[in-house]
Design a protein around this ligand. Structure first.
Ligand code: ADP
Ligand code: MG
Length: 472
């Protein structure tokens, strides 16, 4: 019976309901070109004009959409979203919803706070300097961006250009967009242009084809702040590099702030005009590294909270342990966890999150937080070598019976590490250390345990050793 309802009708009812609950701006931004494509059994398929639109709906609105759909079609229990690029150029799917019960005038482009047109729409409001979690590995980058945001408009610029570099998924785009957002927040009238090198290149190519390079140049000259993401993409694109070079010089003459990002430092950019790469490095160059375990945990907590997700601690640890090279999948994983919950799933577990990981990355081996805590140390030998190196005592002394304090202490630390990291029994440790009695080992370990609590130098030593062993 429900199937007799027309798709368009169902969708416009959903939109009607939603229009009362969300702002017009949100509506125009996220629902205008969205289309209900299919209803089949208990599932519906929703088409979105872009990847970003799809992610946004998936994250933020899937629950409300579902509950609204259920008003017309109670049997619906699953929504799927897919990108349908053909929707991008179509006229709005649902332009009139708001005219029914809201003021008539719809802002035509609600997100246009900047003149810069398309580029401005690339800046996602969700990236802020506040929700960027700061750790050792990105502290400088964050501080530089904060400083630049403060002086970007009408002030003397200390860091111009600012150049951030680091591997994939370490937060460069987040920082660039957050800086753009902060500048706009402080100076709503300013013209902030964020673009990616790829997009910039496409624009140049198009302008050349249409003989409009002069116009393009004017557009960029109007910027108060120019941010270009992933400039390594300019490699080998000579003509584009010439345009970037000209733009750089124009903006530099006008004392405008510029910020660039890339996957490597300026001097290592390949197939890049020297005069361009050297200019990119004229200001401040800052690198971003993969955050350590604690920072990763904090990022996971931040992202989970932003999505209203409550994750058990062991699941957070599991995700942190297995997010090894890039933070890019983090959001994706949390989205999926959230979606499963929204669709009536159970509270996430290591198993359920492990499944999501495996789907995203079938080749990667997953490590449980427990295995990770056992770290890279495989044998007592590894511990002996490391400790001998660390305290500068011969390995043979660690294995021997000398009662000198400068030997006894490192030896007992070794035992403690064997117990703590390798989970060896007292007997096994005794055996590995030249056949010592298990009570000797037990007492030694007890002593170190006590010292870790009471003596900060010991605590520091074992912490450093554990770190060297690759153990958190
Ligand atoms: P990049 O541009 O360097 O490839 P992104 O900026 O796209 O990386 O970051 C990938 C993901 O990781 C984004 O979701 C971003 O919000 C998140 N991220 C990276 N670093 C941090 C951080 N320090 N705090 C919060 N989120 C972060
Ligand atoms: Mg990026």
């Amino acid at each position: 019976m429900a199937m007799t309802l027309d798709k368009t009708e169902v969708w416009s009812q959903v939109l009607n309901n939603l229009s009362g609950k969300i702002s017009r701006m949100e509506f125009c931004t996220w629902f205008k070109k969205v289309h209900l494509k299919e209803i089949s059994g208990g599932a519906v398929l929703i088409g979105c004009p872009s990847e970003m639109n799809k992610n946004w709906l998936e994250n933020k609105y899937s629950t409300v959409i579902l509950s609204n759909l259920q008003k017309s079609l109670p049997e619906i229990n699953k929504i799927f979203f897919e990108v349908d690029l053909s929707l991008a150029d179509k006229a709005s799917q649902a332009p009139q919803v708001f005219t029914e019960n809201k003021p008539r005038k719809l802002p035509r482009q609600p997100e246009v706070r900047l003149e810069a047109g398309l580029e401005s729409r690339l800046i996602q409001p969700k990236f802020t300097l506040n929700n960027f979690v700061v750790g050792e590995e990105n502290r400088l980058a964050h501080a530089a961006c904060t400083a630049v945001a403060e002086t970007a408009i009408n002030e003397a610029k200390k860091y111009n250009p600012l150049y951030l570099y680091g591997g994939v998924g370490l937060g460069k785009t987040h920082l660039l967009q957050a800086t753009a957002n902060e500048i706009i927040r402080r100076q709503p009238e300013s013209v902030v242009i964020y673009t990616t090198a790829e997009r910039f290149t496409n624009e140049i190519v198009k302008a050349i084809r249409e003989k409009k390079t002069e116009e393009l140049r004017k557009k960029y000259r109007r910027a108060d702040v120019l941010l270009i993401d992933d400039v390594q993409f300019f490699s080998g694109k000579e003509q584009t590099q010439v345009e970037v070079f000209n733009t750089f010089n124009d903006l530099r003459d006008l004392e405008k702030q510029m910020i660039f990002s890339a996957d490597r430092p300026p001097a290592q950019l390949r197939d890049m005009m020297d005069r361009l790469s050297s200019r990119l490095g004229w200001g401040l160059i800052v690198d971003i590294q993969m955050p350590n375990y604690e920072t990763k945990l904090a990022i996971i907590q931040e992202k989970a909270q932003a999505q209203g997700l409550i994750l058990p601690h062991d699941v957070q640890e599991f995700i942190a342990t297995n997010t090894r090279k890039s933070l890019r999948e983090l959001e994706n994983i949390l989205n999926k966890v959230g979606a499963e919950l929204d669709l009536g799933g159970l509270s996430p577990t290591i198993q359920s999150v492990g499944k999501i990981f495996r789907k995203l990355n079938p080749e990667e081996d997953l490590i449980s937080a427990h295995d990770a805590s056992r770290g890279l140390a495989k044998s007592p030998d590894d511990i002996i070598t490391l400790t001998s190196d660390y305290f500068q005592v011969p390995a043979t002394d660690l294995l021997g019976n000398s009662r000198k304090q400068e030997i006894v202490f490192p030896r007992q630390v070794c035992w403690w590490l064997c117990k703590e990291v390798l989970k060896m029994s007292y007997e096994a440790i005794g055996e590995a250390f030249g056949g010592k009695n298990h009570t000797t080992i037990m007492h030694g370990i007890k002593k170190i345990k006590e010292l870790i609590r009471t003596d900060s130098a010991t605590a520091r030593h074992v912490h450093a050793l554990k770190k060297d062993l690759g153990v958190k």
